[in-house]
Structure formats: C-alpha cells, structure tokens
Design a protein around this ligand. Structure first.
Ligand code: ATP
Ligand code: MG
Length: 305
C-alpha cells in the first residue's frame, strides 16, 4: 500500500487520442530508447503535443504514472518530500468522562513526494516543463538518472541515506526551447543524461485527425480549418505561429453552433479571425492583429473557392 500523499495516475489510454503514422513513429522510437534504459525528453514549442505524447508513451509502459509540473518556486523537497504537520492525539479518560486530554507532539512526520514515490515503487515519472524549475531543485535527478541512486535528505529517517531506484522506474521529460533563455538555462548535465527528441508541428494528416477527434466535424470541414491554420503558420507573419489548439477552438465553436465553413454568412471568417488573431499575439498589438486578420481573410476566401 502506498500511504504517501501523492496522486498516482492509472496508465490508461487518453480519450480522443489519435494515432496517425507520425504519432506511432515517435511513440515507437521513444519506447525503444526507454527499453534501452534511457529517459526520454520531448522538446518542442507550444502545441506540438509534448504533454499528450508523454502521457501516451507512459500509458504504453503499463506502470502507474506520477506527474510533476515544473515550477520556478520548486525546491528539492517539493520533489523528494519533507516534514509536514504535527501529530495530534486525543486522550479520553473513560472513568471521568469530562476529561478530554489533547496531546500535541512536535515531531513532524516525513512525507515522501512524487519523485521519491516513483523511484521507490518503479512508477513512470512525467516531469512536464522541467526547465521551469530552478536547476538546483532538479539536481537530485542527476544521480537518479545516472547511478540509479537517490540521495535522501536527513530527516526522512530509515536505514540508508539513499534509496536504490526501482528497476521499473522510467522518466519522461518535456520542455519548450523558447523558455530556456527566458527562465533558466537548460540544465546541461541533466539533458546529457536523457535522449532528446525534437518535435515539430504535427503533419497535415495528424492535424486533421486531431481536429476531427476533438470536434466530430466531417473530414472535409476539418480539412478546411487545418488548411487555414497551416497557411497562417507558413506565412511567417505571426509573432507566435498558430497551433493545433487554434484548429480545435475553431472546430469546436463551429460544431456547437451547428455551422460548417460553407453556411455561416461570414461568421466563419469572423470566428477564424478572432481565434487566430488572439492566439498569435501576446500583447494584443493592434497592428499585428490587423495583419493577421488580413492574412486570415485571404486564406478563408481562398479555401472557400
Ligand atoms: N495524438 C493526439 N490525439 C488527440 N489530441 C491530441 C494529440 N496530440 C495532441 N493533442 C491535442 O493537441 C493540443 C496540444 O497538445 P499538448 O497540450 O500535448 O501540447 P504541448 O506541446 O504540451 O503544448 P504546451 O507547450 O503549450 O504545453 C491539446 O489540446 C491536445 O489534447
Ligand atoms: Mg504541455
């Protein structure tokens, strides 16, 4: 029984998950690196499917999954564990019923956190956006990945100052290369211990399949949306290229309104412009948005011909 305060996820396949050739290929490669004993790192810009793929790969390993999201505020004890809480004891005197004695003792109890739980029981760890955490917090991972040993801080008790990592332990990492510069430099020693797979935007077939799976639109309508989004991405005029999330937002909005790109009296254009202009600029700069709106207008007119 695992009594630590940790959420452990079942390795279930995700609903609406589509497996195109592109997805199967990446999954297959990642699994073969894992089988060879290496942690896998999926690196790509926003919306390239890193988190979803990591969960999919994890589900294929058939071990319980523990997930951590990188965070600048993290310390090593957020990953490993720490001493939490006081113990409170109530003593009820059975002879004198009015006596109720509460004993509070100051001994804090050590609670293992997610990383320790995963190493101890051989679970699959997904460390999403690991570069958002400070390198000092992640240092604990160096010996886990290399020597398969986990140093345990004093305070945890137990016989040994380290924990031997369970042989079934696997780690999957994700990161966004755009964040390295801004937040923390990539942790080179850590990165050197994993196999990094660089993800690009999905291929056309996968984008259409995901758009359809998420919205239940027809193939033809999903294709229209994907063509517009890809056209805008390829124009190279956006501060941030639109992602699959743009396709999903447009498709779901159409579906809920019972519209198709062909029968909307100009609403389709409006929806595409609203969603794509906002998705592709950070500060909402008017000039940028107008530029994007104009490109989207041309793209919508072209695909509707
Ligand atoms: N194979 C797939 N099947 C169905 N949906 C998918 C698939 N891959 C990705 N998606 C969907 O595409 C969207 C983006 O994927 P995801 O969140 O994994 O990207 P990400 O690279 O982690 O993005 P971010 O860097 O912003 O976290 C999500 O809505 C996700 O549900
Ligand atoms: Mg993600």
């Amino acid at each position: 029984m695992i009594d630590e305060m940790t959420t452990v996820l079942e390795p279930n396949p995700l609903p609406d998950f589509v497996e195109t050739k592109y997805i199967k290929d990446i999954t297959h490669r990642a699994l073969s690196y894992i089988k060879a004993g290496f942690p896998v790192h999926l690196r790509g810009t926003s919306g390239t499917g890193k988190t979803t793929l990591a969960m999919h790969i994890a589900s294929k390993l058939n071990r319980p999954v523990v997930m951590i999201h990188g965070d600048e505020e993290f310390t090593t004890s957020d990953l490993v564990g720490g001493e939490y809480g006081y113990r409170l004891r109530k003593v009820v005197d059975r002879f004198i019923s009015r006596v109720l004695k509460t004993e509070e003792d100051m001994v804090k109890r050590w609670v293992d956190n997610r990383l320790t739980v995963a190493c101890k029981y051989g679970f699959t760890l997904i460390y999403d956006e690991f570069t958002r955490s400070r390198p000092e917090a992640n240092n604990i991972l160096l010996s886990i990945l290399q020597e398969k040993m986990m140093d345990l801080p004093v305070g945890r008790g137990g016989e040994e100052p380290y924990l031997r990592v369970h042989p079934d332990f696997t780690a999957l990492f994700t990161s966004n290369p755009e964040e390295y510069a801004g937040v923390h430099r990539s942790q080179d020693a850590l990165r050197d211990r994993m196999i990094t797979m660089d993800l690009e935007y999905f291929d056309y077939e996968t984008e259409v399949a995901i758009t359809r799976a998420k919205s239940r639109l027809s193939r033809q309508n999903a294709e229209t949306i994907v063509k517009i989004v890809r056209g805008l991405r390829q124009s190279g005029k956006c501060e941030f290229p639109p992602t699959i999330r743009g396709c999903i937002m447009i498709a779901k909005t159409l579906k809920i309104q019972g519209m198709t790109p062909a029968n909307t009296n100009g609403n389709f254009m409006q929806i595409c412009q609203d969603i794509l202009a906002s998705e592709t600029s950070r500060v909402g700069s008017k000039t940028n948005q107008d530029k994007v709106r104009q490109i989207v207008k041309e793209l919508v007119e072209n695909v509707s011909k």
